[in-house]
Design a protein around this ligand. Structure first.
Ligand code: NAI
Ligand code: HPV
Length: 528
């Protein structure tokens, strides 16, 4: 049987030798196809290998009736509809490590070019202007670099910036004080970083949460004369807001490798002399291209020879027999992870998952991974799945422990997730009730009975008469319908909690009003 592989973006010929050497493969390289031509050609291919240019949309996937694996020779998978790929049973693999170095080096090249106005000076010289006055720059030494997104590339950039004698302050939802100290950087909230940085560089993936992370409000809190770099993804910085901020003089320089629309169609930003740009070249080195092509080719070969892959973005690797027994708990595990993440406003350091009852006699590692997926997906988005969740958690320095006991305190099975942060330990326990589906039965030390789905509000309050009524009245006035309400308390008249299930997410203003009610200690929205 022949395995047909379509490569639709330019890949390093040296890097695809694992494909060339494999038996039974037919490799087609067509790197200039329009979306329509690609859609016409895709049926019949078993594998599709792309970089960032090919848009692997749901429409394309729906036409690809033989497609089994999509290889992304690079990191960002925002050009691939992962949901559609997963839905159609197509494995997506990427090459997460191969271009880290090149992207970090490009970022430093952009910072230095911007600081010393090298592209602008070169442009003038090309036009035969010997102008030494217009291109006075600033030194990097003793300046502060703010790094938003402190993963593989963010950390490499920080290490290089320290070599330039810069101070580095970073923000990443997974960065703890301990880890920051180990890496020799300061850390704070995203606002802390933006307020003190002379240079800001973003290194997050493009997610719903990071879209326009750097917007008008973000520019407002930055220092006057700040310089901005985006070598991650177009869309993390709001280009209109950037244009205004440069025009007004707030931003003294911007260095962009990536754009909201690629290939670029709106060149307005480049009319500004303070802006320098490259056409998405962060990973464009011989070394990185060879490395990512080798990694992705090896995974494609491995997939069709052994059925296994190394860098899956969406494949749950669960043995069939185990899957059957524990499958009913997959969804509950994931929701417990998300529930606790929403509840906690601090960085997870340790996670313990306790399995009680019959589950204690089974291999529950896939459940733990699913719980971690639920936990991590808030910040890592679609790249996290059952296969890579534990790896990513470990990479973030989170210690994950499984514990088992056959004693389950009245439940056939009970899964308790405990998350330790710098602020203490929070926990939630859930079970499957016979015929009634999933329930969260304990939050910290409070007994509850909550269906873990939809929009929930977790309200901490003092156990006093009238509090519940006031909450109900206020939400009614705000046109928020309460579907269910659970109350738990430690002792009569002491601390208590309410778990409300509401029909639509509450507006921020409603949450603020709720938080200001008498006897209310705090309100946390949870969206499952
Ligand atoms: N210009 C280019 O050619 C290249 C661009 N990239 C882009 O760089 C991005 C980062 O790559 P890596 O460092 O390898 O990924 P990574 O996954 O190692 O790091 C991304 C980090 O962003 C953090 N993050 C997520 N949401 C955040 C938020 N709201 N605020 C702050 N941090 C947040 C994550 O916790 C993670 O630690 C990729 O997603 C890709 O889009 C990557 C390679 C080349
Ligand atoms: O790896 C990434 O995320 C990149 O942005 C690199 O994109 P490219 O493969 O050079 O089109």
């Amino acid at each position: 049987m022949t395995f047909h592989i379509l490569i639709s973006d330019p890949l390093s010929e040296d890097g695809i030798y694992p494909l060339r050497q494999a038996n039974g493969v037919n490799i087609v390289m067509e790197t200039n196809l329009t979306p329509e031509q690609l859609a016409d050609r895709i049926d019949g291919f078993d594998a599709l290998i792309v970089r960032s240019q090919t848009q692997v949309t749901r429409e394309l996937i729906e036409k690809a009736s033989n497609l089994k694996i999509i290889g992304r020779a690079g990191v960002g998978v925002d050009n691939i509809d992962l949901e559609a790929a997963t839905e159609y049973g197509i494995i997506v693999v990427n090459a997460p490590d191969g271009n880290t170095n090149s992207a970090a080096e490009h970022t430093m090249a952009m910072i230095m070019s911007m600081a010393r106005k090298i592209p602008q000076a070169f442009h003038a010289l090309r036009n035969q202007q010997w102008d030494r006055k217009s291109f006075v720059g600033v030194e990097l030494k003793n300046k502060t670099l703010g790094v938003v997104g402190f993963g593989r590339i963010g950390q490499e950039v920080a290490a290089r910036a320290k070599g330039q004698r810069m101070n580095v302050i970073a923000y990443d939802p997974f960065l703890t004080a301990e880890r920051a100290e180990k890496l020799g950087v300061d850390f704070g909230s995203v606002e802390d970083v933006l307020k003190v940085a002379d240079f800001v560089t973003v290194h997050t993936p493009l997610l719903k949460e990071t879209k326009h992370l750097i917007n008008k409000q973000a520019f407002e809190i930055m220092k006057d004369g700040v310089q901005i770099v985006n070598c991650a993804r177009g869309g993390i910085i709001d280009e209109n807001a950037l244009y205004d901020a440069v025009k007004s003089g707030k931003v003294a320089g911007a260095a962009l490798d990536v754009f909201e629309q690629e290939p670029m169609v709106d060149f307005r930003l480049l009319d500004l002399p303070e802006v320098i740009a490259t056409p998405h070249l962060g990973a464009s080195t011989f070394e990185a291209q060879e490395s990512v092509a080798v990694d992705v080719s090896m995974d494609v070969v491995s997939y069709f020879t052994t059925g296994t892959v190394r860098n899956s973005v969406n494949l749950p690797s669960v043995p069939k027999e185990i899957m059957k027994k524990i499958e009913p708990y997959f969804d509950l595990s994931e929701r417990l992870g998300t529930f606790l993440t929403d509840l906690i406003d601090a960085t997870a350091e340790e996670v313990t998952v306790r399995y009680a009852g019959e589950l204690a006699n089974m291999d529950v590692r896939p459940l733990t991974r699913n719980m971690l997926k639920g936990m991590l997906k808030r910040h890592l988005g679609k790249q996290v799945n059952n296969v890579n969740a534990l790896y990513l958690a470990n990479q973030k320095g989170i210690v994950v422990t499984e514990q088992k006991t056959t004693e389950s305190k009245g439940f056939t099975n009970l899964i308790t997730v405990e998350i330790k942060t710098a602020e203490g330990i929070r926990k939630a326990a859930g079970t499957l009730l016979n015929g009634q589906g999933a329930r969260i039965v304990k939050v910290d030390d409070y007994l509850v009975d909550v269906v873990p789905e939809g929009h929930l509000l977790y309200v901490r309050h003092n156990d006093r008469p009238g509090v519940i009524g006031r909450v109900g009245t206020l939400l009614g006035q705000e046109n928020v319908n309460i579907a269910t309400m659970q109350v738990g308390r430690s002792i009569v008249g002491g601390d208590a909690i309410m778990m409300l299930s509401i029909d639509k997410p509450a507006e921020t203003s409603s949450l603020e009003q709720l938080g200001n009610l008498e006897e209310i200690q705090g309100v946390t929205p949870i969206n499952l």
